[in-house]
Design a protein around this ligand. Structure first.
Ligand code: SF4
Ligand code: FES
Length: 256
């Protein structure tokens, strides 16, 4: 992808501190259910610095141009997972997408993630996503009681088996990039399977069989078509497709 930051528009010279700013066009897919029958695309020209992120641009639009623009964000640092959105057709976190990494010689398109009910502007109803997450029982289920004042011991090697899937921040970028999820709202989706993986392969947990049974369903792991969209979308770098494949193999083995 080309980087147009070096070619600043002539009307945006360096400011007093010598830092170059750029006029960037954003085209945001807006939807107000009280007014609009259908979503509509709206243009905004925003002055930004190369170090700004798409989230900064959305803040500028909201705070300086149109306060009705609606989107979710909390931490602004890639931890809370609340600002996943489609930026130039790819699922990303707005707070982790730097302007300098986008081609600002063209407009930047921003819209809500797909496959979940659109509520307003960039906000979707996350309840179907979290319903699938809850269904796979995303918590440690251990039948034994540890010795008094002792921890449940786990080897470094056993901990490493599921290290990757502990990184999930439940942003839904993976699930909402999955073509199976778009066409079949019943599919558990990659994020639920990633979080099932995190406990299925935890040696301290005693409910792997329960979770594998839940996912050995027509809307479970077998709906995955290995398109890798989920892995490409994950802002945490989790190997989502690999985790799904490992859960498939565990189902076939009848246990972890
Ligand atoms: S696996 Fe990655 S993309 Fe999917 S919900 Fe977790 S952090 Fe987000
Ligand atoms: S605002 Fe928290 S991850 Fe982006």
């Amino acid at each position: 992808m080309s980087n147009a930051v070096a070619e600043a528009p002539a009307d945006n010279p360096a400011n007093e501190s010598g830092i170059q700013s750029f006029l960037v066009t954003f085209i945001v897919r807006r939807f107000d259910p009280e007014v609009d029958a259908e979503p509509r695309w709206v243009d905004y020209d925003v002055e930004l610095y190369a170090t700004d992120r798409v989230l900064d641009a959305l803040h500028k639009i909201k705070w300086e141009v149109d306060g009705s623009l609606s989107f979710r964000r909390s931490c602004a640092h890639g931890i809370c997972g609340s600002d996943a959105m489609r930026i130039n057709g790819r699922n990303r976190l707005a707070c982790k997408t730097l302007i300098k990494d986008l081609d600002i010689s063209k407009p930047i398109y921003v819209e809500a993630i797909k496959g979940l009910p659109l509520e307003k502007d960039l906000i979707v109803d996350m309840e179907p996503f979290f319903a699938s997450y809850r269904e796979i029982q995303p918590f440690l289920i251990a039948n034994s009681t540890p010795e008094k004042d002792k921890e449940r011991v786990q080897s470094i090697a056993d901990r490493a088996i599921y290290d990757d899937t502990t990184k999930c921040i439940l942003c839904a970028a993976c699930t909402s990039s999955c073509p199976v999820f778009w066409t079949d709202g019943q599919y558990f989706g990659p994020a639920a399977i990633v979080n099932a993986h995190r406990f299925i392969f935890d040696s301290r947990d005693d409910a792997a069989d329960v979770r594998l049974d839940i996912l050995n369903d027509k809307e479970g792991v077998w709906r995955c078509r290995t398109t890798f969209n989920c892995t490409e979308a994950c802002p945490r770098g989790i190997e989502v497709t690999k985790a799904i494949a490992e859960v498939k193999q565990a189902v076939l083995r009848g246990g972890r």
